[in-house]
Design a protein around this ligand. Structure first.
Ligand code: SF4
Length: 276
C-alpha cells in the first residue's frame, strides 16, 4: 500500500484536488458536524462524515451515506470555507479535535493526508471504524496520525454476515484490527457493539465479552442500544424483545449507552454504567 509521508505538505486538500473532483469520487467528505462535545472524550471536536461503506448493517441510520459512493467535491458545498484546509485552519482556534466517521472513513484514500494536515494544526484525531482496513489503521497509529479509535465489534462470527452483509474476509480483517489494537500501546481505543435485541441477544453479547476477555482486552466495552430512525438500512423497527444486561458476566467494564431504565448490574466484578 502506498501511503503519503507524514510530513508531506497537504497540497491536495488546499484546493487542487477539490478542483479536480468534478466527475465524482468515492469516500470523500459528504458532510461536517461543526461542533460536538460528545463524540471525542474530553475534547471539543467537529465530525467529518465520509461517504461509502463496505457493510450494510441492518440498523445503520446513516444508510444514505453508506450507500453513496459518488460526490462531486471533496468538501461539502454548504460551508463558506472553500476547502477542508481552510475549514480546519479557521476552527483550530477553538476546536482541539476532529472525529472521522461515516460511512467507513478508512476506505478513503484521502484519510492519511487529512490526518496529516489536521495533525500539523495540532488537532487530536479519533476515527470511528468497522475495523476492516487493518493495514491503514496500523499505519495511522504508528505514524502518530490518530489518537483514539472507536472500533465496532458488530457481532459474533456466526451472525456477522446476517447483521452486516459482510463476508468472512471482512470479519477476518476486523479480527486483525482488534488483535493489533490490543497489542499496541500507543493510543487509547474502545470496542463497542450496537444492540438491537431482536438481532443480538444476551448470549451473543456474552460470546463477544468472552472473546474480548480471552484476548486480554481490559478497557471499557460499550453496548449501544439501537436508536430508531425512519431511515435505516433495512427498515428495521423498534425491537420486540428487551435486552437484559444483568444476564451478562464480565471481568471487563461494561458501559451502557441509550439503555433506558436498565441500570442493572453485570454479574461478577460489575462495573456497569448507564448513559441514558
Ligand atoms: S453502521 Fe454498518 S453500514 Fe452503517 S456506516 Fe457503520 S459499518 Fe457501514
Amino acid at each position: 500500500m502506498k501511503l503519503h509521508q507524514h510530513n508531506s505538505p497537504p497540497q491536495m486538500l488546499r484546493g487542487n484536488m477539490v478542483a479536480n473532483l468534478t466527475t465524482g469520487c468515492p469516500h470523500v467528505i459528504a458532510d461536517i458536524t461543526p461542533l460536538t462535545l460528545l463524540d471525542y472524550p474530553g475534547k471539543l471536536a467537529c465530525i467529518l462524515w465520509f461517504n461509502g461503506c463496505n457493510m450494510r448493517c441492518s440498523y445503520c441510520y446513516n444508510a444514505d451515506l453508506a450507500r453513496r459512493w459518488n460526490c462531486s467535491t471533496l468538501f461539502p458545498a454548504n460551508f463558506k470555507e472553500k476547502n477542508l484546509y481552510e475549514f480546519l485552519h479557521v476552527r483550530s482556534r477553538f476546536l482541539n479535535a476532529i472525529v472521522l466517521s461515516g460511512g467507513e472513513c478508512t476506505l478513503s484514500p484521502y484519510l492519511p493526508e487529512i490526518c496529516n494536515m489536521a495533525r500539523s494544526m495540532n488537532y487530536s484525531i479519533k476515527i470511528d471504524t468497522n475495523g476492516t482496513n487493518p493495514q491503514l489503521i496500523r499505519y495511522l497509529v504508528e505514524q502518530d496520525l490518530i489518537q483514539y479509535i472507536a472500533l465496532d465489534y458488530k457481532s459474533p462470527y456466526r451472525k456477522f454476515h446476517s447483521i452486516t452483509g459482510g463476508s468472512q474476509g471482512l470479519f477476518q480483517a476486523f479480527d486483525q484490527t482488534l488483535s493489533y489494537l490490543i497489542a499496541q500501546q500507543k493510543i487509547s481505543f474502545e470496542v463497542r457493539t450496537t444492540v438491537h435485541p431482536d438481532l443480538l441477544n444476551e448470549a451473543d453479547i456474552q460470546q463477544i465479552i468472552n472473546d474480548l476477555e480471552m484476548r486480554g482486552y481490559q478497557w471499557n466495552y460499550y453496548l449501544q442500544h439501537y436508536f430508531h430512525t425512519d431511515h435505516n438500512m433495512h427498515n428495521l423497527q423498534n425491537p420486540i424483545r428487551r435486552f437484559d444486561p444483568s444476564l451478562l458476566k464480565s471481568k471487563i467494564p461494561i458501559q451502557l449507552r441509550n439503555f433506558k431504565d436498565q441500570r442493572s448490574s453485570v454479574k461478577d466484578k460489575s462495573q456497569v454504567s448507564c448513559f441514558l
